[in-house]
Design a protein around this ligand. Structure first.
Ligand code: HSE
Length: 307
């Protein structure tokens, strides 16, 4: 195999009760990445479409993670990368994770899979660190493994039971929120009372995924720690929340570090109804926005074609 084209999906991190720990993979929205073998040693990014981003391999997250992978392999030649961005950077649905995971996944496939998908997380988070300053694994784990994922430690990732009838509604208000700025809003200390509440919800959330107990899942998707600090960044956050629950959402919260918000519901038709209600709220504001609905993507990153 000399060339591969892959689809690297968007993702939702945190899911209200699992800051930096929980992730979920989305369907239908993502980056397409083509990687070709070259005779010249090293990595080169030849083309980026869809968004204006640097082709500098030391700054572009796909280049950074690919270089980290190549450093650990005894490979004498190199690779060229083309990226078609389907996810807007800074949207909060894992734009950097899709690119950082995508390049290492594609190279690994071209080399006959020397690493497992879980082992690739170690390289993808080096790209994440270049994007936001921290090597966070929540988004890249969901991209690589699909479904719901859990980060016990960055080298101990668990794929959770992932009921595929669950669907997401994403509202992306087009305002700039940098992950590093959004992380700076989070306090360094958590009260014991909130630690107990948050860990109780996280445990119940994981249990609910396995028992497919959607009432419990809904009761668990609460955030006492991060959401109160970050929700001020998102116009009409409370209205969106109320509207999603009025329309039978199981959960609602900030997607990753924002500014996107997500609602989780049973079935795509419910997700679309929630999307309509978000549209009504946001049309009254002077803010451009995108709405996306998708089933939980249980497959994760996929090969489109290879030759
Ligand atoms: N868990 C991260 C955050 C999302 O909320 O800052 C980006 O990976």
């Amino acid at each position: 195999m000399n060339e591969i084209k892959i689809f690297s999906p968007a993702s939702v991190a945190n899911l209200s009760c699992g800051y930096d720990i929980l992730g979920a993979c989305l369907g239908g929205i993502g980056d397409e990445i083509i990687v070709r073998k070259t005779n010249k040693k090293g990595i080169i990014i030849t083309k980026i479409s869809g968004q204006k981003l640097t082709k500098d391999i030391n700054k572009n997250v796909a280049g950074v993670s690919a270089c980290a992978l190549l450093k650990d392999l005894n490979y004498k030649k190199g690779f060229e990368i083309e990226i078609k961005k389907g996810i807007k950077p800074g949207s909060g649905i894992g734009s950097s994770a899709a690119s950082a995971a995508g390049s290492v996944y594609a190279i690994n496939e071209l080399l006959g899979k020397p690493f497992s998908k879980k082992e690739l997380i170690k390289y993808a988070i080096i790209g994440e660190k270049a994007a936001c300053g921290s090597p966070i694994a929540d988004n890249v784990a969901a991209v690589l493994l699909g479904g719901f994922t859990f980060v016990r430690e960055k080298n101990d990732i668990i794929k959770l039971n992932s009921p595929i009838n669950l669907a997401f509604t994403i509202l992306h208000p087009q305002i700039e929120v940098k992950t590093s700025d959004s992380r700076a809003l989070v306090k360094k200390n958590v009260s014991l009372k909130n630690m107990v509440k948050q860990s109780a919800n996280l445990g119940a959330f994981v249990s609910a995924l396995y028992t497919e107990d959607y009432d419990l899942l809904s009761r668990s998707m609460k955030d006492f720690v991060i959401e109160p600090l970050r929700s001020i960044l998102i116009p009409n956050f409370e209205k969106l929340k109320q509207s999603s629950f009025k329309n039978n959402a199981l959960g609602f919260g900030i997607s990753g570090s924002g500014p996107s918000v997500f609602a989780l519901s049973k079935g795509i038709s419910q997700a679309k109804i929630i999307g309509k209600s978000f549209e009504i709220i946001y049309k009254k504001l002077n803010v451009n926005f995108d709405i996306h609905t998708s089933y939980l993507n249980n497959k994760g990153i996929q090969i489109i074609e290879s030759k």
